[in-house]
Write a protein that binds this ligand. Structure first.
Ligand code: ADP
Length: 247
């Protein structure tokens, strides 16, 4: 019973880490909005002091001082986020890649159903073990899947389908997520991975940038391709563990 309880607890912790990317983006938005709002307030105040006749330079100077302080605060937040996603992977160990992917899929079922999105998983047989931080890799998979769901949800129901594949390419495990959504914004194949680059009304544009940091910290690559005849493909690679093999 104790083992079962321990397993359940460990699973819970893993789940909350997979979902923490969403929490992270929300909290960055929240934290950055505060200094931004303060900058706007001080900017307006500054203009009022300048427009007075005669201008109150002393007050205007104070407002500019507050603005510079808030700019420092905002860039401090960004530095913290960057440090958070840099650094060495937390724990690099061999793991069964497809099993990790299935866990993420299981977590996404409810949302897929809610949005009437059909998902097909085509997972390669007999992949070697992956060598990476499995939780970070799961976060990346969850993020690509969430983007594919958001892209699909913009389409009519018959076009809401996602294909998730795993395969072995040149000694690396590759995961591909293809959707039939609106496709990549023109000329943005590389830009989508930049921090704070977003085309979504409520988007933060940090998901893919964090995903890229994580994949590269684990020795892999991440890329995007247009999908013919419409939609997008996002893929990343992960190194395999030498010696052992598993199904
Ligand atoms: P966000 O989802 O908050 O915008 P991301 O970094 O995850 O941040 O994505 C950045 C941008 O990349 C999105 O705003 C969108 O323009 C584009 N993008 C990501 N995934 C897809 C996809 N599956 N299909 C089309 N465009 C996508």
């Amino acid at each position: 019973a104790r083992t079962a309880a321990h397993d359940a607890q460990e699973r819970l912790q893993r789940l909350s880490r997979i979902h923490s990317l969403e929490g992270l983006t929300t909290s960055i938005a929240h934290e950055i909005n505060q200094p931004l709002a303060a900058i706007v307030t001080s900017g307006h105040a500054c203009r009022r002091w300048m427009e007075q006749d005669p201008p109150n330079l002393d007050k205007a100077r104070q407002a500019i001082h507050r603005i510079l302080g808030d700019v420092d605060r905002a860039s401090g937040i960004i530095t913290r986020v960057r440090n958070l996603t840099k650094g060495a992977p937390a724990s690099t160990r061999p793991f069964v890649f497809n099993a990790a992917v299935r866990e993420v899929l299981a977590l996404s079922q409810a949302e897929l159903q809610r949005q009437a999105i059909a998902l097909r998983a085509d997972l390669a047989d007999a992949l070697p073990l992956a060598l990476a931080d499995s939780v970070q890799i799961q976060q990346v998979v969850a993020n690509l899947l969430r983007n594919a769901m958001e892209a699909s949800a913009a389409m009519d129901v018959p076009r809401r389908s996602i294909l998730l594949e795993t395969l072995l390419v040149d000694d690396k495990i590759v995961l591909r997520v293809s959707d039939r959504g609106p496709g990549l914004p023109a000329g943005a194949q590389e830009k989508v991975f930049d921090a704070f680059w977003t085309t979504k009304h409520e988007g933060m544009g940090v998901g893919l940038s964090i995903s890229r940091s994580m994949v590269e910290a684990n020795g892999g690559h991440i890329w995007a391709e247009p999908r013919a005849p419409g939609g997008a493909v996002f893929a990343f690679s992960v190194p395999v563990a030498q010696e052992e093999a598993a199904v």
